[in-house]
Ligand binder design. Structure first.
Ligand code: AKB
Length: 320
């Protein structure tokens, strides 16, 4: 394997995944080798990266310049508009979710980058696909703007690998649950909001109906999986679009029951909105056996351990 010092650029570094991934990368590679970037001002409480670039990831020339100036070898390109927000701004979502990815693929093709991570989503599956244990290679049929953009992105990743050997790696993330940085604009976000509202109000109104199961994952497991995939020997990888990642599968009602074990007075009711139709088009559970076989995907948190950890940390964070 070629050995070199990794210089890492993270886009979307102040987002839900970005903040936690950046801090883990700093622990592994040192702050001097990690450059965080995002649209907002640098919040030093959120990221321990050695450098921060305030940049619009759609600004092709600026991004190229930054990659050049810092001699970046590896990009974690996380900036993206999630499913709910994408439905409201379809053209912008397409532009943001696809074009900057192509810019990074081009830079890798030209030899400016060695490795790229790019997140896809369970949103690629869509209507008419079996609900349970959905396999890696089913026909993709997304019916949302977000799902369409992620499916196109996966195809571009495959194309750049097949044609030019670009080493781009990807995971189809399920809904991600975490307490450090709130999620924003997703369909699975109910599973984060519910914890904030449980701690702050003792009750929650879910925008997803009680019996709708979706695949979910605790952030610690998501970060571990991402780093494991990026560390895996190239020759072990058989998927160059994006790996299925199943995590947990539960409904709002089941999650509320877990919260009630810790907070018996917690109450939930249901007022589904436009995101229900998005959830209805997604799988309830995913088969991730190929990721387990190729690069040793594994999980630490089940729904009970996750619920306990979320409530413990949020109570501290929110001073409750
Ligand atoms: C969303 O709900 O849009 C995201 C996702 C599953 O990709 N969390």
């Amino acid at each position: 394997m070629e050995s070199y010092t990794e210089k890492i650029l993270i886009t979307g570094a102040l987002g839900q995944i970005g903040t936690e991934l950046t801090n883990r990368l700093v622990k592994i590679h040192g702050a001097e080798n990690v450059i965080a970037s995002g649209l907002d001002r640098w919040d030093k409480n959120l990221t321990s990266a050695g450098f921060y670039e305030r940049m619009d990831v759609s600004n092709t020339q600026l991004v190229r310049q930054i990659v050049k100036d810092y001699e970046i070898t590896t990009v974690y390109h996380l900036a993206s508009l999630l499913s709910g927000t994408s439905e409201k701004q379809p053209l912008f979502a397409w532009k943001l979710n696809v074009e900057p990815l192509l810019n990074f693929c081009e830079m890798a093709r030209e030899g400016m980058l060695k490795k790229i991570f790019w997140p896809s989503s369970i949103a690629v599956f869509g209507k008419g696909i079996p609900k349970e244990n959905v396999g890696q290679d089913v026909v993709l049929n997304p019916t949302t703007v977000y799902g369409i953009s992620k499916m196109a992105g996966e195809k571009w990743c495959e194309y750049y690998y097949d044609k030019f050997g670009v080493d781009i790696r990807s995971i189809r993330y399920p809904g991600l649950i975490s307490w450090k940085t709130p999620a924003g604009g997703g369909t699975t976000d109910y599973a984060v909001e519910i914890f904030y509202e449980a701690v702050e109000q003792g009750k929650y109104t879910s925008f997803i109906s009680e019996n709708t199961a979706m695949p979910m994952l605790y952030m610690d497991d998501a970060i571990n999986a991402t780093l494991k995939l990026m560390d895996a020997p190239k020759e072990n990888l058989t998927v160059r679009g994006s790996y299925n990642l199943g995590g947990l599968s539960f409904t709002p009602k089941e999650l509320a029951e877990e919260i009630k074990k810790e907070m018996p007075d917690f109450e939930i009711d249901y007022q589904p909105d436009f995101r229900q139709a998005i959830a209805d088009s997604w799988p309830a559970s995913i088969d991730d056996s190929i990721a387990k076989k190729d690069w040793g995907l594994s999980y630490e948190f089940d729904i009970t351990a996750m619920t306990k950890d979320m409530l413990k940390n949020l109570k501290i964070k929110l001073g409750k």
